[in-house]
Write a protein that binds this ligand. Structure first.
Ligand SMILES: *Cc1c(COP(=O)(O)O)cnc(C)c1O
Length: 435
């Protein structure tokens, strides 16, 4: 047999996915539904054959693929030729001219996952991968422990794939995230407790019920979905790396996987390598990673979350130490911002770029602003900011901070009077600002 036909015979489809490997001790495992090393309790990560990828993948083969995350299928941990494709990924990379000018930056881009499909957050990426793998492994019921967006994604994509679904959330989530899960008719468990308590409960359920929990026993596969946020930015920048990225941190997984995505494309020769700085964003009311970073610690002290950025409210982040390591070695930063700054961040992005993001995005924009003001982002750096969720899901956060409509009678003079009054009010406001 030639080498090429041998490869065809030993790898189903064109995938380079080979095994699971412990991130700490390197022990290898069969690619089953497992996430912890039996020897050292380190987290397991997917291992690929990069020589195979270097020989078989080119920019052209990627561009000939579907307009979704599945154009990068050889880099994802699935075997099957027909993954669950609900149009996830390939979200816009928008050059943010007005926001850049406001902040004093020269080249700023927004990677806009607020319009990801099907549920308007970056979580659709990780769930598309996790449920494809869950189906391959024979699971008929899928589940997750969620801070909100993951519940939306898991319920929606499970519905599309015809999988039974039971999701767990803290009982105090925003109405939009609860309704945006219930509409898909999963079993929804609202737990009296915070995310970390929900997660602990789910680990026990995973052990007793044999379900596929996307972010527990399927976590090595799930987390790989976030690499596509790295691949897409490279492709959309015309096969180049940016100089600096800013992304939000909950468990820290997304942040570490953007890094892995960049590294892999360099490793297989799809993009020329150069240093990229990684900066992370947290809400002050739940900032265990930012706190450890600023105190120079390489371990996380868990906290009890209290912030409007509920989608980032993980007090004991599983990948926190890896995120700190990346921020350090890339000469980046990890900062936190207050709830008031988060609301200002949401408004700033909406007013300058026409993007309505949720509290997580407000956290990221407010952190971007803080980093620029502190001189921690150079105006000349090509900077990419990851906006990961949609503002329609967290309307409570800005209720009362966006003004009111001008209510009028259906008459021209009523309109003219209201318009005149609003202009006078605007002028008065400006005068107040000036004095
Ligand atoms: C879950 C989530 C994140 C962060 O996810 P991690 O990978 O756990 O760090 C960021 N933004 C939004 C909107 C999310 O829902």
């Amino acid at each position: 047999m030639t080498q090429a036909t041998q490869e065809k015979a030993t790898t189903s489809a064109t995938t380079a996915f080979r095994a699971l490997q412990c991130k700490e001790c390197g022990a290898e495992y069969e690619p089953k539904a497992t996430h912890v090393c039996e020897l050292c309790f380190g987290p397991l990560e997917v291992k690929y054959d990069y020589d195979f990828l270097r020989r078989t993948v080119t920019r052209e083969t990627i561009q000939a693929g579907p307009f979704s995350i599945w154009r990068y299928r050889p880099f994802l941990p699935v075997m099957s030729d027909n993954p669950i494709d609900v149009g996830t990924g390939m979200t816009p990379l928008l050059q943010a001219h007005r926001l850049a000018r406001r902040l004093g930056l020269k080249k700023l881009y927004i990677k806009n996952d607020a319009v990801n499909m099907p549920t308007l957050s970056f979580k659709d990426r990780v769930v598309s991968v996790a449920l494809t793998r869950a189906r391959e492994l024979g699971f008929t019921t899928v589940s997750c422990a969620s801070t909100g967006n993951l519940a939306n994604s898991t319920a929606a994509i499970a519905a599309h794939a015809g999988l039974d679904c039971c999701v767990f959330i803290p009982s105090d989530l925003e109405a939009g995230k609860v309704l945006g899960t219930l509409i898909y008719n999963p079993t929804l468990m609202a737990v009296h407790g915070n995310y970390d308590q929900v997660n602990r409960l789910c680990s026990e359920v995973a052990n007793t019920h044999g379900w596929g929990f996307v972010n527990i026993n399927l976590r090595p596969y799930y987390s790989e979905g976030s690499k596509t946020l790295g691949y897409e930015v490279i492709e959309q920048l015309g096969w180049q790396l940016p100089d600096h990225i800013v992304a939000p941190l909950a468990s820290g997984s997304l942040f570490t996987k953007i890094y892995k995505g960049f590294q892999e494309f360099v490793e297989v020769g799809l993009v020329e390598g150069k240093p990229v700085r990684f900066s992370g964003a947290q809400a002050e009311g739940c900032s265990p990673i930012a706190q450890a970073f600023s105190e120079g610690r390489d371990f996380i002290s868990p906290v009890k979350p209290n912030t409007i950025a509920k989608s980032l409210a993980i007090g004991n982040p599983a990948d926190g130490v890896y995120a700190i390591d990346i921020a350090h070695k890339t000469n980046g930063n990890i900062e936190s911002v207050t709830d008031a700054e988060i609301i200002e961040g949401m408004k700033l992005l909406a007013e300058t770029e026409g993007i309505f993001t949720e509290t997580a995005g407000g956290t990221t924009i407010a952190t971007l602003k803080k980093l620029v003001e502190a001189g921690k982002i150079d105006p000349d750096e090509t900077t990419v900011v990851y906006i990961t969720g949609n503002g329609l899901k967290t309307q409570e956060a800005v209720q009362g901070y966006v003004g009111e409509p001008l209510t009028i009678e259906p008459k021209l003079e009523s309109f003219e009077r209201a318009l005149e009054r609003s202009r006078t009010l605007d002028r008065l406001e400006w005068q107040q600002v000036l004095v």
